[in-house]
Design a binder for this molecule. Structure first.
Ligand code: MLT
Length: 265
């Protein structure tokens, strides 16, 4: 679906099912399509809303210096436009998790629960910032397909790479449909994001932290730190999954999410 929220913002989003709202924020360099299996599993009982973040899918590009805060503001504006006043469960994977942290800082009253998957609270280290700049330079001179081909080996677990070629193909397909023009500003927003560690203790919404056991980008140690920092947070580690745990092991991921949602009822 598409909604025009202002002169320079059209948001393209998935909106399926009925029930209490669950909002899912995708990782980089993907789109709402990465939540296909979660939407299918949840929409019988919940309203699943998955926006495409700035520049991705059919959503407008940034109209000012790219930031995760602006992406979080867009999610807030979308909820307003949809007339959703009740608090939502907000889930984000990786970059979506960074946006979820920004959302939790600005719109805490809107949260009924938080799901933070394969993400980290810390800002980029100097080394990570230098790597972002290298990826930005690469993306400026290559196609989206070439960018994802460079990233894919580190996004997936060994198990997925060996036994689930269809997951790699789907991830490649979703990312190849994006544009370097979307990727570059998102990389800048991630590079310049603030440290969310000081925000952790302020989060009061019930929180589920999920991580693929073989995630090398945002490893289990990063998930552990988040879960330690948020009072009462639950941590679920998914075997045989890497950074794209929701796509690599959808049954385990969905089960963890369903258990968490049921406990909130
Ligand atoms: C993501 O999956 O959204 C990105 O890999 C996150 C990152 O690069 O920090």
């Amino acid at each position: 679906m598409r909604k025009q929220l202002g002169p320079s913002l059209t948001i393209d989003f998935v909106d399926e099912g009925q029930g209490k709202p669950v909002v899912l924020l995708h990782g980089f360099p993907f789109s709402a399509r990465m939540w296909r299996a979660q939407s299918a599993a949840l929409k019988g009982k919940y309203r699943v809303i998955a926006p495409n973040l700035r520049g991705f899918g059919g959503t407008s590009a940034f109209d000012r210096a790219p930031s995760l805060e602006q992406m979080a503001g867009d999610v807030n504006a979308l909820l307003d436009a949809l007339g959703i006043r009740e608090p939502v469960v907000l889930g984000g994977l990786s970059m979506g998790g960074y946006v979820a942290f920004a959302f939790a800082r600005s719109y805490a009253a809107r949260l009924r629960g938080l799901i933070l998957a394969d993400t980290r609270a810390e800002a980029d280290s100097a080394e990570a910032r230098a790597n972002r700049d290298k990826t930005i330079a690469f993306a400026q001179g290559h196609s989206a397909g070439e960018v994802i081909d460079q990233m894919l080996p580190r996004l997936l677990s060994e198990h997925t790479r060996q036994h689930k070629p269809e997951v790699a193909a789907e991830a490649r397909d979703i990312a190849s449909a994006q544009t370097p023009a979307a990727m570059v500003p998102a990389l800048k927003a991630m590079r310049d994001r603030p440290d969310s560690t000081p925000s952790l203790a302020k989060i009061v919404a019930p929180t589920l932290v999920i991580v693929g056991a073989d995630d090398v980008l945002t490893p289990p140690s990063a998930a552990h730190s988040i879960a330690q920092g948020i009072r009462g947070a639950q941590l679920v580690t998914i075997p045989d999954a890497g950074h794209l745990s929701n796509m690599e092991q959808p049954e385990s991921f969905n089960q963890a999410v369903k258990d968490f949602l049921s406990a909130l009822e």
